[in-house]
Design a protein around this ligand. Structure first.
Ligand SMILES: [Cu+2]
Length: 269
């Protein structure tokens, strides 16, 4: 959370609860109910998706379609970098594979902002972003995640999730496996950031080690993350041989496809 001049004056007024609730929320696609607007716990205890109840109607997303990413709130923390990723695990767990379909380096969830916008938890005026559903990933019930590494303020990791239904035909597990793994920093997760050894310095738009092929750079200060980001950087189908660090090796060994049961049999790496 970033204490701008206006939020400090609200603090002085004694309503800390309003601060705690005034971060950002995914609005489109419609998230699972129950998300809070704040970041995930640094311990990783509510990774993934704030441990919300994975219920609710899925948004239909045809293979190859263009989709919108939109937000509610005003605490944009100078923007930062976001990813859109997908898992077919139902429900997602801490060990699920998340495959990145779009990366936004800087300027997300707000473009051209130095800090926070005037306090308004209900603000829906931010310009949305577009992303595409790859035409070659499998059809099926899935969970879409928006993750955000804020530029200004405490070192945080945000993750909101939405139920989606990928429709169409002809997608393959191999195409899915070739997408990069989700980048996680500033929270500990045994799978993606063991021991929270990978962090993002304040004031930069983190340049994802493996953003994938669908990338837009909207920020003015992209820079790499800090610390041991080996596990996170190893992502995608290329993770196998490049065990440069113990962390990367462990991640590689654990990188078996966590696809829903009925798909595992047909998986070919
Ligand atoms: Cu915040």
């Amino acid at each position: 959370m970033y204490f701008s001049k206006s939020t400090v004056s609200v603090l002085a007024a004694g309503s800390f609860a309003s601060i705690a609730q005034a971060h950002m929320l995914l609005r489109t696609p419609t998230p699972y109910p129950g998300h809070q607007s704040g970041p995930l716990d640094p311990s990783g205890s509510n990774f993934p998706c704030q441990n919300v109840a994975f219920t609710g109607a899925a948004t239909e997303m045809p293979q190859g379609s263009t989709q919108q990413l939109a937000f509610t709130g005003s605490a944009v923390h100078g923007g930062g970098s976001c990813q859109v990723s997908i898992t077919y695990d139902n429900p997602p767990t801490a060990n699920s594979e998340w495959k990145v379909i779009h990366s936004i380096i800087g300027g997300c969830p707000a473009r051209n902002t130095a800090g926070n916008l005037p306090e308004n938890p209900n603000n829906t005026d931010l310009e949305p972003y577009n992303f595409s559903i790859p035409a070659d990933i499998p059809a099926g019930e899935a969970t879409l995640a928006w993750t955000w590494l804020n530029k200004v303020g405490n070192r945080e990791f945000y993750m909101n999730c939405a139920p989606v239904s990928i429709t169409g035909s002809g997608g393959s597990e191999a195409s899915l496996a070739a997408l990069p793994d989700l980048f996680v920093a500033n929270i500990a997760t045994p799978k993606f950031n063991p021991g929270n050894q990978c962090t993002t310095p304040e004031g930069i738009d983190v340049a994802f080690p493996n953003p994938g092929s669908s990338v837009e750079t909207l920020g003015t200060s992209p820079a790499p993350p800090a610390g041991n980001c080996g596990a996170a950087a190893a992502g995608g189908a290329a993770a196998g041989g490049a065990a440069a660090t113990p962390a990367a090796g462990a991640a590689g060994a654990a990188a078996t496809p966590a696809i829903r049961g009925r798909r595992v049999a047909s998986f070919k790496a």
